[in-house]
Design a protein around this ligand. Sequence first.
Ligand code: EPU
Length: 357
Amino acid sequence: MDLQRYNTFRVRAEAPSVRVIHSVGEFTSVLHQLDTPPYVLGEGSNILLVDDLDRPVLINRIKGIGVVKEHDNTVDVEIGAGESWHGFVQWAVEQGWGGVENLALIPGTAGAAPIQNIGAYGREIAEVLLHVRGLYFNGSRWEWLQLDGHQCRFGYRTSIFKQELQEKFIVCGITLRLTRHHHDLRVSYWSLQKWLEQHDISTPDVQTIFRAVVDIRRQRLPDPEVLPNAGSFFKNVFVTEEYYHKLKSQYGELPAFEQDGRYKIPSGWLIEKCGWKGKRFNDVGTFARQALILVNYGTSKGRDIYHLAGRILRDVYERFGIVLEPEVQIWPRHYLDNLYREYAIPLPAHRARENQL
Ligand code: EPU
């Protein structure tokens, strides 16, 4: 069965079967019948399908949003994994509740959000997440498991679900703690600050931040419904202070953000410096306003996007000695290592060895 409608790059790939799941009970009974672990998809907005899949695909559509606990200043909300993330953010903002307004308009489902610890405009889901609940494969059968935020081992665009629990855990629901009175609004991100200045707003509320983020994203990022893409294709990179100073002396305009003694460099800037911004290569390319986003102008082959990624990886490596790492998941999984091998680039540091840059 073809997966084209289930991924936002809109590429074709076959799977032996595709089934839409609406409840935990349905998951349990279907998993019981399968003799191989399935691939699980939400909206397929962070995935590149390079080839056909050899295992069944389950589409997670568990719905429901409900308040589970109220405190003086906080409210705990449970969200079904198959809910649209942005739909939930909109609902929370309508209630006047804070914590997720900076994460507006991120494509995908609520269940996918903790897997890569979605983040934008100064906020990550890790900061508001209480629990993730789901089904865990213990080696012989699937059992119910709840993890708290600490157990999820969140990092920049990563979590336990992308590491030890990869393909062993199916997110069924998440619980977030939102605020009623907002002492921790995040407005320091450069583009958000600029927007607020331009609109002459000095004390924004939750609704204003939401509006600002929606506006910025609409201006800056391509709508996958119009131009198929999967958001940032690569993660931003962390380099040592020494390497940062070396680069900065060569490129005075280098944007970088200090974090715990290391420097985060936007991969979009590195890619742009290599001449890739807005460049089209057959039916694929990078977005004209954001080089970090790979877009599909009409190919049905994930392999075309894979090769574009390889060429970008190689150019950034040759020019800066920096190994970029995809943020999107590449399926089937062995194509990730293939990509580095095919383009003769060392594996990204955290999978090979500690980054020496
Ligand atoms: N930049 C360039 N050229 C480009 C793109 C960016 O020079 O082509 C520079 C910008 O000028 C700016 C800096 O890079 O100085 C940062 O750019 P931007 O604010 O657009 O953010 P980003 O680092 O490219 C990250 C996330 C986005 C998130 C934004 C806003 C990652 C991999 N990406 O992008 O997340 O929306 O910050 O918080 O961390 C996603 O994960 O899919 C995603 C879109």
